[in-house]
Ligand binder design. Structure first.
Ligand code: NAG
Ligand code: NAG
Ligand code: NAG
Ligand code: NAG
Ligand code: NAG
Ligand code: NAG
Ligand code: NAG
Length: 502
């Protein structure tokens, strides 16, 4: 017999199930996946990976913080958001961003749809700059704002607490972000769905671990894949710069950086455990999607480079991506290639809305029929990576032999034998092409040599051989043509179908 109370409770249940899910995005800074960057993340594995899906081919549109974060927030490729580098002048939190782009992020869409929205941690590198409105300015879309002023650091920073700049010298930033996130979740009721972004500084330079984690990985050394400290004779100009390979005296520093990065990530891993635990205590976990990813990858010693990002190789452009939430198959893995421009449309779709067609990425299919992921075959996908090289006087040490010729070089220091990490002509666009049994990368450099690099990742996963000399001319022409189409694509329809769209 169905009485009124039972009807009410049935009604209650169905209302409850239809309630919009909460969404939590955790975004690390410079965390690679190729060099073992996820190894220290045991809680991420346990609470997100084991409970959800791991994407094994997750890429970013640009291997550098600010352009990549702009893509993540807006769903746009670099050629559509014009955030070219990490400087205000290069579009990072510049006028175009503040006046136009940041009005159309996944946050503004969700807020409009009734979500409470929370951000804590690093936003765009130039956020809070005096010439850009200062830390009093709260980006639209966020109802609760704790944005870090400037670039990632671990101590001595200013946070804009809802527009009120608050300086701190001695509180470890990742722990502050964790406390803000946990406190916010504790304040949530089931009435209003929320979106939360937690953006800790780790494992960005200077790779400072929390004091409690110092020395945890004192035995660990940088991973020596076949491309570690090998000469880069068939690669573009910057990589051919001497010394190549690095002298043995440089290697202990690479080991130190590698283990410090892991140690700095342990506080992030604890943050994830606390966030999941708090969601569970608040009875919110079952209706919450959690995404974990990074803004770009990193290299430590690959092809005789020191440590940095900014290069088109897998270490730099491939990132971790794990997700859990209602309907996602537990402990599953997907090889379907995905991009950081997919994150905004995916979040919007998870919130039950249609992603705006002007976004270049596509919503990732997350809820699959049982068993479907076991027979997954990679669907064809063309993806674009764009990078604008920088040169800066200040970061070329005057003890180095390189000329200060109009700010053409950057990050050249005598302690690294003056090997530069960037240059103006380290400017390139790559086509990253996946299809069943096809896994290719084709890059064109904007330099005096019109340099081209091609890798068949299926055969050469460490990108040891630039196969441009053996590439059939017709195939080179084809890749070049598709790349050119990708570089002008606008919106999901053309970026997803570069060949059939006018
Ligand atoms: C963006 O939003 C702000 C308010 O947050 C508004 O002042 C501005 O005019 C908007 N810009 C555009 C291009 O819509
Ligand atoms: C913070 O900055 C002050 C002044 O610049 C400096 O003396 C102090 O050593 C810094 N503290 C840390 C933990 O970096
Ligand atoms: C949670 O609520 C308490 C009490 O109202 C408040 O002091 C605190 O700032 C809130 N936390 C966040 C992160 O909003
Ligand atoms: C480090 O090496 C020592 C001695 O070889 C070993 O006892 C210890 O377990 C190692 N620690 C880690 C964290 O691997
Ligand atoms: C997850 O799957 C892997 C194999 O894909 C298996 O080895 C592991 O035991 C599983 N873990 C859990 C917690 O189910
Ligand atoms: C770069 O540094 C050189 C050498 O100190 C100096 O002559 C030149 O004016 C500087 N250029 C700029 C744009 O600052
Ligand atoms: C790249 O730029 C540097 C610095 O201006 C220059 O010396 C070099 O010749 C350039 N190489 C190419 C291939 O354009």
């Amino acid at each position: 017999m169905l009485n009124y109370l039972m009807l009410l409770s049935l009604f209650g249940v169905s209302v409850c199930q239809q309630k919009k899910p909460n969404i939590v995005l955790i975004l690390t800074d410079d965390q690679d996946v190729v060099l073992g960057g996820m190894t220290p993340m045991t809680s991420v594995q346990r609470f997100i990976g084991n409970e959800g899906v791991t994407f094994t081919n997750s890429y970013v549109t640009s291997p550098i913080c600010c352009p990549s974060r702009a893509s993540l927030l807006t769903g746009l490729y670099q050629h559509n958001h014009y955030t070219l580098d990490n400087s205000l002048r290069g579009g990072c939190y510049g006028t175009h961003w503040r006046q136009t782009l940041q009005n159309n992020t996944f946050a503004t869409v969700l807020k409009e749809a009734g979500y409470a929205t929370f951000y804590a941690g690093k936003y765009l590198n130039e956020y809070g700059a005096k010439d850009a409105g200062g830390p009093e300015l709260v980006p639209p879309g966020w109802t609760e704002w704790h944005g870090l002023v400037g670039n990632s650091v671990y101590y001595n920073y200013t946070i804009s607490n809802n527009g009120v700049p608050t300086a701190s010298t001695d509180q470890y930033l990742t722990d502050v972000i964790r406390e803000l996130g946990v406190s916010y979740i504790e304040n949530q009721t089931e009435q209003q769905p929320f979106l939360m972004v937690l953006a800790p500084p780790a494992p960005h330079q200077p790779f400072t671990p929390a004091p409690r984690h110092e020395g945890t990985f004192s035995n660990v050394t940088a991973v020596r894949h076949p491309n570690f400290n090998v000469a880069a004779e068939d690669k573009h100009w910057l990589l051919r710069m001497p010394p190549s390979p690095l002298p043995a005296s440089a290697l202990p520093e690479l080991d130190r950086v590698y283990r410090s990065r892991w140690e700095s990530l342990l506080a992030v891993d604890e943050m994830v455990a606390d966030v999941v635990g708090t969601l569970e205590r608040q009875a919110l976990l079952d209706n919450t999607y959690i995404l974990f990813t990074s803004d770009n990858g990193y290299h430590v010693g690959q092809f005789s480079q020191m440590y940095d990002k900014r290069q088109p190789y897998e270490s730099d452009i491939k990132v971790p991506l794990v997700m859990r939430g209602p309907g996602i198959t537990r402990n599953s893995s997907r090889s379907q290639p995905v991009l950081n421009v997919d994150v905004a449309p995916t979040i919007i779709r998870l919130a039950g809305l249609d992603p705006p067609p002007h976004m270049d990425g596509r919503a990732i299919e997350l809820v699959m029929d049982a068993g479907e992921d076991e027979v997954e075959e990679i669907e064809e996908r063309y993806m674009l990576v764009e990078y604008h090289g920088e040169g800066r006087n200040g970061s070329v040490d005057e003890k180095c032999p390189w000329k200060y010729d109009g700010q053409q070089l950057a990050e050249c220091y005598p302690q690294y034998d003056c090997k530069c990490q960037d240059s103006r002509n380290n400017t390139y666009a790559c086509l990253r092409y996946f299809a069943p049994r096809v896994n290719m990368k084709y890059c064109e450099f904007n330099d005096k040599e019109n340099f081209v690099e091609v890798y068949n990742l299926a055969r050469d996963p460490y990108e040891l051989t630039n196969s441009i000399d053996t590439l059939l001319p017709a195939l080179k022409h084809w890749y070049s043509f598709v790349l050119a189409r990708m570089r002008v694509c606008v919106g999901v329809e053309s970026c997803d179908n570069p060949l059939i769209f006018d």
